[in-house]
Design a protein around this ligand. Structure first.
Ligand SMILES: Cc1ncc(C[n+]2csc(CCO)c2C)c(N)n1
Length: 237
């Protein structure tokens, strides 16, 4: 069995857990409050901005030029998505590139971004790529699963996790190409390095669940602190 097959087998329970999360269920049933959606939007755009640094590292530590070109193309898409996202929501969002860098990073988002950033020091595509690819894989799989569900057709719920273009899916999509790279790099890696790569992928899957959870409960440094200092955190916590 290839490393990517092994990873995907072990990631299945995480996918199911994400499907069951009340935030994801809330998308299907159109039952999320404007505050929950705003929290998600703000934190996710900051998350995607952080991914720019991860993708840069992937270009940097590529082991051949085909890899570098693929990651470079993915980076182009990332920057294009961010530009369009910033242009779309000027009312509620930090709406330019400069203010994006000042978005407050709430606790779970910080944990996830540090989990990803920590892999950069390995200088190894085999360690960096799974931290990043897991989130894309999770979103694509959730999007596919949602197509099989009866879901509300109102915005913004209708567009949530509906991947418009086919860049990510299929044998030539990013997801499969990322798994091919993981398998290629695994060939020259030790069993321990392979295990580490798998655990990194699974931890990202777990942090995906917590990312929904943080948005559902709107976990911030302020309410976290309130719980820690005097046991008060509002009804959601
Ligand atoms: C928590 C969280 N995890 C992963 C992604 C990354 N992501 C998932 S799908 C996709 C491309 C198409 O939108 C990207 C970049 C995110 N945004 N938020």
């Amino acid at each position: 069995m290839s490393l990517s097959q092994d990873i995907l087998f072990e990631a299945q329970p995480y996918l199911i857990a994400n499907e069951k999360h009340p935030f994801v269920q809330g998308i299907i049933h159109g039952e999320l409050s404007p505050d929950q959606l705003r929290y998600y939007d703000e934190q996710d755009i900051a998350f995607e901005y952080n991914e720019v640094g991860i993708i840069n590292a992937l270009v940097n530590y590529s082991t051949n030029t085909e890899q570098a070109l693929l990651f470079h193309k993915r980076q182009d898409l990332q920057l294009t998505m961010l530009r369009d996202w910033l242009a779309r929501e000027p009312e509620t969002m930090p709406h330019d590139w400069e203010t994006l860098k000042q978005t407050p990073i709430q606790p779970i988002n910080q944990m996830y971004r540090q989990h990803m950033a920590a892999t950069i020091q390995t200088h190894s595509v085999l360690q960096i790529l799974p931290s990043f690819a897991a989130g894309e894989w999770m979103y694509i799989e959730l999007g596919k699963w949602m197509k099989s569900q009866t879901r509300v057709q109102d915005e913004p719920f209708k567009s949530f996790l509906t991947m418009g273009n086919g860049d990510f899916e299929g044998p030539h999509g990013y997801i499969q190409q990322f798994f091919n790279i993981i398998d290629h790099e695994a060939e020259s890696a030790t069993p321990r390095e392979q295990e580490q790569a798998k655990q990194t992928f699974l931890k990202s899957c777990l942090l995906e669940w917590y990312f929904w959870d943080a948005a559902y409960k709107q976990i911030t440094w302020d309410n976290w602190k309130a719980v820690a200092l005097d046991g008060k955190g509002g009804p959601m916590l």
